[in-house]
Design a protein. Structure first.
Length: 191
C-alpha cells in the first residue's frame, strides 16, 4: 500500500509569510520613494529569487513543459513581476505568492501567443512561396535532390497546412462581431 505524504511537514519552495514580510518592506520603501520623488528602490535578492523560483516551477506544469522557448517564458514572467511589483497591496491580500503566480501564468500565455503568431507568419510565408527555408540560398547541383519537391510531398507540409488553418480559424472566431443592441442601433453606434 502506498504511503501518503504528510502535507503539514512538507516545506514549500516559497515561504509565503516571509515573502509577505519582504513585500511589505518593499512596498514601504516604494511608497516613501514615490512620496519624496526619489529613485525607485531595488528589489531585494530574496524577492528576485522568489520570482525566479515561482517562474521555474510554473514552467514545469504540464501545459507549459514542452515549449522550446521556455526560457523566454520564464524571463517574461520575471519581467512582468518586476513591472507590477508596486501594484501588490498587502492591506488587501496577504498572499503575494498567488498574486505573482497569476502574473507569471499570464506572461507565459502571452509568450505562447506571440510565438504561435510568429510561427504562423513563418508557415504562411512557406505556403506562399511553397519552398522550405534554408534552401533558398543554395544552388542546385546534380548531386543534391530538389528540396522544393521534398517539401511539397512531405508530412511537414501537412503539419504546416493544419497549423495555418487552425490559427486562421481561431482568429476568425475571435473576430466574429456580436449583434448590436437596440440602444446601439438607436444611437447609431456600432462597436
Amino acid at each position: 500500500m502506498a504511503r501518503r505524504k504528510n502535507i503539514k511537514n512538507k516545506a514549500h519552495y516559497v515561504d509565503n509569510a516571509k515573502f509577505l514580510e519582504a513585500m511589505i518592506v518593499y512596498k514601504k520603501e516604494y511608497d516613501t520613494a514615490v512620496k519624496n520623488e526619489k529613485d525607485l528602490p531595488q528589489i531585494s535578492e530574496y524577492l528576485g529569487s522568489v520570482f525566479l523560483k515561482i517562474a521555474q516551477r510554473l514552467s514545469f506544469r504540464p501545459n507549459f513543459i514542452n515549449y522550446a522557448f521556455k526560457n523566454d517564458m520564464i524571463s517574461d514572467g520575471i519581467e512582468n513581476c518586476l513591472h507590477y511589483i508596486h501594484n501588490f497591496n498587502p492591506e488587501k491580500s496577504n498572499n503575494p505568492f498567488a498574486y505573482f503566480t497569476q502574473i507569471i501564468y499570464y506572461a507565459f500565455i502571452r509568450r505562447i501567443q506571440k510565438e504561435k503568431k510568429q510561427l504562423y507568419i513563418k508557415y504562411k510565408s512557406m505556403q506562399n512561396y511553397d519552398i522550405m527555408p534554408g534552401y533558398m540560398d543554395q544552388e542546385k547541383t546534380n548531386d543534391v535532390p530538389d528540396p522544393t519537391g521534398d517539401y511539397k510531398n512531405s508530412e511537414f507540409k501537412i503539419v504546416v497546412d493544419e497549423f495555418v488553418d487552425n490559427f486562421e480559424k481561431s482568429k476568425k472566431k475571435k473576430a466574429v462581431k456580436k449583434e448590436p443592441t437596440k440602444l446601439e442601433l438607436f444611437m447609431g453606434v456600432t462597436l
